[in-house]
Design a binder for this molecule. Structure first.
Ligand code: NDP
Length: 259
């Protein structure tokens, strides 16, 4: 793919142009929806590595007690930032704060994790259209808004990577049947957003990533995977990403999903 060759060439030459060799081991991550569930698990594992600096965003930092406890042990590497993905003002304010913290090094990894589901057992003929609208606001327009706001910070980083947390329910190719109709529609749309971002920005790595069915408030208590297993799988996939992986849809085990 010419675009990918061009992208890897461009990032190589821009690295060569830098006179002071940057600290390649220091990575900055921004994650949405980190007060609970998979987002919190991602922050926990990232912060365990001293080379990571984490911008953990959530809607209500004053109620994010587990995050606050984690920040106390993180030696200044964990910043808790207010960010509601459905609110323009909140996202704009967060960019100002984050720009001040990260400065010229930008954001290496932007993880669009925040998401919601209102109705699981739904079919097209009876799904609640207001619920579809609300799910769309958070699961699709949210990541689109965050992409628009954070693109300059990602583009000036070293890793230039965007991960959209999707679901195999959004994959038509995996043929998961009728359940969670409205939520599945939003994740298919997120997959298309991922593709469009990849086409627009061949200088970045943009992927969709399926965490598996995980025990969280969303996944429910009988889900087969625990948060740490899903998260370590996903961080492994992200850590192994190469330029040619952009525009792909992966499972947390690193298998490529059909769209
Ligand atoms: P949870 O319901 O446990 O957590 C959802 C998180 O998203 C919470 O932190 C919540 O914050 C946040 N959130 C919701 N709306 C907004 C918003 N408007 N702005 C900012 N944050 C918001 O879900 P999971 O941890 O299970 O899911 C995380 C991601 O993984 C989602 O994108 C989900 O679709 C996806 N996924 C999950 C699966 C599973 O089995 N668990 C399977 C496949 C995909 P608050 O506490 O403020 O509501």
């Amino acid at each position: 793919d010419e675009r990918i060759k061009e992208a890897s060439g461009r990032s190589r030459s821009s690295t060569k142009d830098i006179t002071h060799v940057p600290d390649m081991s220091h990575h900055t991550w921004l994650v949405t929806g980190t007060n609970r569930g998979i987002g919190f698990g991602i922050v926990q594992q990232l912060i365990a590595s001293p080379s990571n600096e984490v911008l953990a965003t959530c809607r209500n930092p004053s109620q994010a007690t587990a995050l606050a406890q984690l920040a106390e042990t993180a030696g200044g590497r964990l910043h808790i930032i207010q960010l509601d993905v459905s609110d323009d003002t909140s996202v704009r304010r967060s960019v100002e704060q984050v720009s001040y913290i990260v400065g010229e090094s930008g954001i290496d990894y932007l993880i669009n994790n925040a998401g919601m589901i209102e109705e699981v057992w739904t079919v097209p003929s009876t799904m609640n259209l207001a619920a579809l609208n609300r799910e769309f606001q958070v699961n699709v327009i949210g990541p689109a808004r965050v992409y628009q706001a954070y693109l300059p910070l990602v583009a000036k980083s070293q890793k230039k990577t965007i991960v959209n947390i999707s679901s195999d329910l959004g994959s038509i190719g995996r043929n998961r049947g009728i359940m969670a109709t409205s939520y599945s529609i939003t994740k298919s749309a997120l997959n298309m957003l991922t593709y469009k971002e990849r086409v627009e920005r061949p200088d970045l790595i943009v992927i969709a990533l399926d965490p598996g069915h995980v025990k969280t408030d969303m996944g429910g208590p009988t889900a087969p995977f625990e948060v740490p297993e899903s998260v370590s799988g996903m961080l492994g996939v992200i850590g192994r990403l190469k330029a040619e992986d952009t525009g792909k849809f992966f499972s947390f085990r690193g298998e490529e999903h059909p769209w």
